[in-house]
Design a protein around this ligand. Structure first.
Ligand code: DOR
Ligand code: ZN
Ligand code: ZN
Length: 355
């Protein structure tokens, strides 16, 4: 079965400053293994992607090391508002963190939000980490400035219901959900402890059921929020939030297709067509994956390309596997190789930086 190259609009690649967790080569290898040919990298790095200088240096580093296509997302920072126009030229989108999460990037004052909405180019979307009542803040800004806002990793019933109501009123808003918020609930934290800790935190069964009920309507994208941290960090007294997701998103969603929870056409909308349209991303010619929708296998920490080497879905049985990934006519990933280190067939630097 052939699918278009998947697009993940929410990946943490940890460059610069967090290369012990993930780097451009390992993160894009994980993307290819998961069927993604274009991913957007988040700005909560060290230093964060908030100045033209850091963005330019990071783009250069990416160009030498990436295996699939990567776009950088700039971060909003109250101290760097003057940089926004220069930053915009090098980024595909602006990310505003309204809630506490990993790293110091945060916007808590209204004046900064107004400046972002007034100065960021209208041709590029503003994405928000907004939880709870902050979803209403984002909706208010989208309405006041009549410009698109994308809500990252929506996880709760009230949030998705508010976004559905706003869409009904014609507000130009879109949203994504993650596989971990669709396939795990709070009690998973009792099972695997801090390995199930992320922001937004896992929710209740009622929240998860409501997300699923909006999968064919309100939800625009499945995004991984791939957030690798080392096992040592996750098992430390003060574990950072976040879970890797690039290599498990498609098999989990294909399993849901198999179970009749969504159609394959809808999966393609959620993981390719809508991400490309919303973030205004270029077409990747002659780019596709071959998937075997019949193969049943158990996800294992031993079979991952991500540098962090673990997944909260270790031990979960899924149906549907990526066999081969072709990027611009070249086989980039081949699952047929017995040794996982031989499955990546393209050289560092063969991916393209967007824009
Ligand atoms: O769990 C999370 N981890 N949520 C985020 O928003 C950030 C991410 C990270 O960077 O580790
Ligand atoms: Zn976030
Ligand atoms: Zn994130």
């Amino acid at each position: 079965m052939k699918l278009p190259g998947l697009i993940d609009v929410h990946t943490h690649l940890r460059v610069p400053g967090g290369e012990h967790k993930e780097d451009f080569a390992t993160g894009t290898a994980a993307a290819l293994a998961g069927g993604f040919t274009l991913i957007l990298a988040m700005p909560n790095t060290t230093p964060p992607l908030v100045t033209a200088e850091v963005l330019q240096a990071t783009r250069q580093q990416a160009q030498q090391t990436i295996l699939c296509d990567v776009g950088l997302v700039a971060g909003a920072s109250p101290e760097q508002l003057d940089s926004l126009p220069a930053v915009a030229a090098q980024a595909v989108a602006l990310k505003i963190y309204l809630n506490e999460t990993f790293g110091p990037l945060r916007v808590e004052d209204l004046a900064t939000l107004l400046t972002c909405f007034q100065t960021w180019p209208r041709s590029k979307i503003i994405a928000m980490h907004a939880e709870g009542p902050n979803v209403a803040v984002g909706l208010g800004l989208a309405a006041a400035y009549q410009r698109p806002v994308h809500f990252c990793h929506v996880s709760r019933k009230a949030e998705i219901e508010l976004i559905a109501a706003a869409k009904k009123q014609g507000l130009p808003v879109t949203c994504e959900v993650t596989p971990h918020h669709l396939f795990m609930t709070g009690p998973d934290t009792e099972r695997i402890g801090s390995l199930a800790d992320m922001r937004p935190k896992l929710a209740t069964q009622a929240d998860v059921d409501t997300l699923w009920s909006h999968l064919n309507t309100t939800i625009d994208c499945i995004a991984t929020d791939h957030a690798p941290h080392t096992l040592a960090e996750k098992h430390s007294p003060n574990p950072p939030p976040g879970v890797p997701g690039l290599e498990t998103a498609l098999p989990l969603m294909l399993t849901a297709v198999r179970e009749g929870r969504l159609t394959l056409e809808r999966l393609i909308d959620l993981m390719h067509t809508n991400p490309r349209r919303i973030f205004n991303l270029p077409e990747q010619p002659n780019t596709y994956l071959e998937v075997d929708p019949e193969v049943r296998y158990t996800i294992s920490n031993d079979e991952l390309q991500t540098k962090c080497g673990w997944t909260p879905f270790d031990g979960v049985t899924v149906i549907g596997r990526v066999q081969r990934v072709v990027l611009r006519g070249q086989t980039a990933y081949d699952a047929g190789q017995p040794d996982i280190s031989c499955r990546i067939l393209v050289k560092p630097g063969s991916g393209r930086v967007i824009p």
